[in-house]
Each structure stands twice: as structure tokens, then as C-alpha cells.
Design a protein around this ligand. Structure first.
Ligand code: SF4
Length: 506
């Protein structure tokens, strides 16, 4: 059965997707494309067009795949320098690299145009050069293999033209990482073998609820399956790998059956056999069992520690909205509660244009507001380490707004609190997700928007930039305000449970 680069991509995102796309219940698949995914796709196409516009290429983007394949082979025989959207068909491989580039030795290498960074893990401060992205590398390997089998390539080499327009080399014979000696080429061969088995239905695998599911057309279908089967991935933080290990080594498939585990017996078996439940430590197992108990027995949320929040006049519930596709922060939202007056208000610092000036002004507005508050008499709550990471990056971009020391001091302050860390370390909930939306909804909060999502907010912002429609901007601000309020609801919820615990104990 034909194997394509996008199937490799899907397999890397979710190993089940490949099988479900062919053998899954078609009626349960969402047909209309997710607007955010569509926006990413459109942006990718636009970026590709922009890159190719400035090049002298042979455009083979039109026609049937078979005709384009013939034309691609002919063009390579004639030594055309750049071929755009050529088709490679060889054995069971089918690949359409964005570009094929003729090298000085007359061989060809595939070049993919990507609207993201070419490498991941680049850290200039720590002089980390970054490493290839798994899904880029796997797709490029498929093109290289097809080219080699057609006698148009000899080396395991390829390139990516990234969002900045630079050519990034992908040496596919290199080890995947410092601690992963397997080369990209070996990795490709391994996942290609797995994908082939799934495509031919020689092997089946199960859905596993994870972050990627929300953007997948099978989301409702897989969620329904996971709930009906009481699958272990209904437990927060229990992903596919651990689920599969527990399924295989303990024969446990349903959440309720986790409650029968004898931890002492498992400890003994682990001591005798290192492979037994490898990757699932005893602490993790104990945590999973507690979460299973809360889910199965419909218990309420649990706060394990005595959480003491700062007593201050101003409480700020803070959330940013940013577009990672263009590394741009367009909104800093704050829901302010004044504990003296009981007053509440929402403040937004929004970039009305997608330019460095717009981004800097919005950020400067946020800091001017922070500076206007009485020092030491305010606390800031946010939900996820993302805000901190983004602010450190912004400081480098706009050092005139605030100094590095100030950003560091801000986040080091005991009054600036990542609530998600408290949720993770000190609480448990009868929920499959501990995301802000799941917990706030559990606590009775509802968003005004009918489909609230950070991904959609990015799409709305892009629509706003194109249309300048104030109604769209209002939707973005309402959504962000509700996110900020949800953070307040979670903080208050944790505080309430802590107090109830104290009362029970006293
Ligand atoms: S919904 Fe999740 S588990 Fe199902 S195919 Fe999509 S990514 Fe995989």
C-alpha cells in the first residue's frame, strides 16, 4: 500500500491516526476542516508562494500525479536546477517535496518550505544550535529514499527553507540527539515499517486522548471510544506510552481495574525484572491509582497541601494571547480584583497592528500598568509556564521597555504565581484534563463564546488584521477576559477547598 509523507507526519503526531484514517468509522469523522488548522495551512501556502516567487523554478504543481511524476523524472534527466512540486513515485513510496534542487554533482536533494523555524531547541543564550524537527526529517527521508531508488540522489541529505527564508541543512545520517544515538534515517525506517503495518491492517492500535486530539477530525469519535471503553488515557497525564505498558504488563485496560492493583506485589516484580512496567515508576502508579479512584468513585477535588495565597489589595488574573506561527504576542489581558473596594475590571493591552511597534507598545502598556500598582500590594496569577517563557523572549526583543532583571524579579516574586504548578503538585480533580477550561467549567464557570479556544483566538486575530472588524476584536477580548476570570475561579476554588479542609481538621 502506498505510503506518503503526510502519513508519516500523522503517525508522529498520533500513531493511531494512520489506522483510523483508513479503517475508522467514517461517519464519526468531522468533515469541515478545523479553522485553526485551515489558517495554518493557508499561511503555509502563502509562505511557500512567497519563497518560490523569487526563484527560477520549473512549476509542476498542476496535473495528475502520474503525469507530474513523468515530468519530474524528465526534468531531472535534463538537469533542471529547481523543480517545484515535483512528484516522486517509487515502489510503495509517494512523495511531493516542495522543491527539488540540483546539486553540483548533478544529483538532487529535496527541499521543503516550512512556515516555522527550521530547527527546534535553538537557545542562543546557551549556544544550543538546535536539532532537526522529527516530522520534517521523517518526511524528507521519504523523499530522499524515493530519489535514491530512482537514481537521482546518493546522499542522505536534504534541506528546509524556514520562515526566515534561510536554508537549513538536514543531514539525515546524524544521530537524533545527544542521548539518542539512532540516526534520523534509522528512525525513518522504523516508523515507515510501523506505518506500513497499520496501513495494511496487519496491526491495529488504539486512540489515546492527548493534547493533539483537539485539532484532529477524529476528536469526537476517539473521545467517545475512550469514554465508552473506560480507557486509561481518561486519567490525567497518563499518555499512550504508559497506557500501553500497563495494558501489556498488567493486562489492565479499564480505569476501574487500576484500583485492584497491589503496589507491594508490583514493587517485587519490578525488582526482579527491570523490563516489567519500565517507564512507569511506583510513584507514578500510586498517583494514577489515586486519580482513578477519584474518577471511578465520583469523588470531589482534593487539595493535598495547605495553600496560602498572598493577602493583598490587588489581585491580577493574567493571560496572554500570542500567535506562535509568527512569534507575535497580540494581547496581554488582566482581570483585576480590588479586595478593598470589591471592584473588578478587565484591562487589555492589545497590539492593533502586527508589527514590532504594535507588539512593543502593547507590552509597554502592560508594564506601565504594573508600575502604577502599589509595590508589594498586588499578586499576579497566571496558568502555565508559557507567559514566563514568552516574557523572557520579549525582553530580549524590547529591552527598552523593561530590563532583564525586572522581568526575572517579577517572575521570581512569591506574589507572581503560576496556578497550574499548584494544580499539578498539590491537587487532584475528577477530570481527564487539568487545563484551565476543564477545571473552571467543573467549578461552574462558563465562557461567553460558544467555541472558546486559544487556537481559534489566533485565527480571529488574523481575521481582525485582515478586516479591522471591531466585532472580531470584541470577540478576542471577551475570550481573553473569560480566560482571566477562569483563572480567578480556579484560584478561589483551591482557596475554598483549602479552607474546607482546615475546618474539617479543626
Ligand atoms: S483524536 Fe486523538 S487519538 Fe484520535 S486519531 Fe486524532 S489524535 Fe489520534
Amino acid at each position: 500500500m502506498t505510503i506518503t509523507a503526510s502519513q508519516l507526519y500523522n503517525y508522529i503526531v498520533c500513531p493511531h491516526r494512520v489506522w483510523r484514517d483508513i479503517y475508522g468509522p467514517v461517519a464519526e469523522k468531522i468533515n469541515e476542516p478545523n479553522p485553526f488548522v485551515q489558517m495554518l495551512w493557508d499561511k503555509g501556502v502563502q509562505h511557500e508562494k512567497k519563497v518560490v516567487e523569487g526563484m527560477k523554478v520549473l512549476d509542476l504543481s498542476a496535473g495528475s500525479k502520474e503525469d507530474r511524476f513523468k515530468q519530474t523524472v524528465e526534468a531531472m534527466k535534463q538537469g533542471v536546477d529547481w523543480i517545484y512540486q515535483g512528484v516522486l513515485i517509487e515502489g510503495d513510496l509517494l512523495g511531493i517535496p516542495d522543491l527539488l534542487k540540483k546539486m553540483p554533482d548533478n544529483h538532487y536533494i529535496p527541499v521543503d518550505v516550512k512556515s516555522g523555524m527550521g530547527l527546534e531547541g535553538v537557545d542562543e543564550e546557551n549556544e544550543e544550535k538546535g536539532r532537526p524537527k522529527k516530522h520534517y526529517a521523517a518526511q524528507l527521508c521519504l523523499y530522499v529514499e524515493a530519489l535514491q531508488n530512482l537514481d537521482f540522489a546518493k546522499d542522505n541529505k536534504a534541506k528546509v527553507i524556514d520562515i526566515q527564508g534561510g536554508e537549513v541543512d538536514y543531514n539525515l545520517d546524524e544521530a537524533m540527539g545527544k542521548r539518542t544515538p539512532m540516526t534520523w534515517w534509522e528512525y525513518y525506517q522504523q516508523i515507515k515499517y510501523e506505518v506500513q503495518k497499520l496501513l495494511e491492517n496487519r496491526e491495529q492500535n488504539k486512540p489515546a486522548m492527548a493534547g493533539a486530539c483537539k485539532l484532529c477530525p477524529w476528536y469526537n469519535s476517539c473521545k467517545q471510544w475512550a469514554q465508552a471503553e473506560h480507557d486509561l488515557t481518561n486519567i490525567f497525564y497518563l499518555g499512550r506510552t504508559k497506557r500501553d505498558k500497563i495494558n501489556d504488563d498488567l493486562g489492565i485496560e479499564r480505569v476501574e481495574d487500576l484500583l485492584k492493583i497491589d503496589l507491594e506485589e508490583i514493587k517485587e516484580r519490578k525488582a526482579k525484572n527491570k523490563q516489567f512496567l519500565s517507564g512507569v515508576g511506583e510513584k507514578t502508579l500510586a498517583k494514577i491509582m489515586i486519580r482513578a479512584d477519584i474518577l471511578v468513585n465520583n469523588k470531589g477535588p482534593v487539595v493535598y497541601d495547605k495553600i496560602i495565597f498572598p493577602e493583598v489589595t490587588y489581585e491580577l488574573f493574567f493571560d496572554i494571547e500570542d500567535d506562535p506561527t509568527q512569534d507575535f504576542v497580540y494581547l496581554h489581558g488582566v482581570y483585576e480584583r480590588n479586595n478593598d473596594t470589591g471592584g473588578e475590571r478587565f484591562l487589555d493591552f492589545t497590539a492593533k497592528e502586527c508589527t514590532p511597534k504594535g507588539e512593543e507598545e502593547a507590552w509597554a502598556g502592560f508594564w506601565a500598568y504594573i508600575h502604577s500598582l502599589p509595590p508589594k500590594d498586588f499578586a499576579v496569577y497566571y496558568y502555565s509556564p508559557h507567559e514566563k517563557t514568552v516574557y523572557k523572549k520579549m525582553q530580549k526583543l524590547y529591552p527598552k521597555v523593561v530590563t532583564k532583571e525586572e522581568v526575572d524579579d517579577f517572575y521570581d516574586s512569591p506574589n507572581v504565581i503560576d496556578l497550574y504548578q499548584i494544580v499539578l503538585k498539590s491537587t487532584d480533580w475528577p477530570l481527564s484534563s487539568y487545563g484551565i477550561k476543564a477545571i473552571a467549567v467543573y467549578l461552574g464557570f462558563s465562557w461567553r463564546d460558544e467555541s472558546p479556544s486559544g487556537a481559534l483566538s489566533i485565527q480571529w486575530y488574523n481575521d481582525y488584521l485582515n478586516t479591522q472588524d471591531e466585532k472580531i476584536l470584541k470577540r478576542i477580548l471577551e475570550y481573553n477576559e473569560d480566560d482571566c476570570k477562569a483563572t480567578m475561579v480556579v484560584k478561589d476554588g483551591i482557596e475554598k477547598i483549602t479552607k474546607e479542609n482546615e475546618n474539617k481538621g479543626s
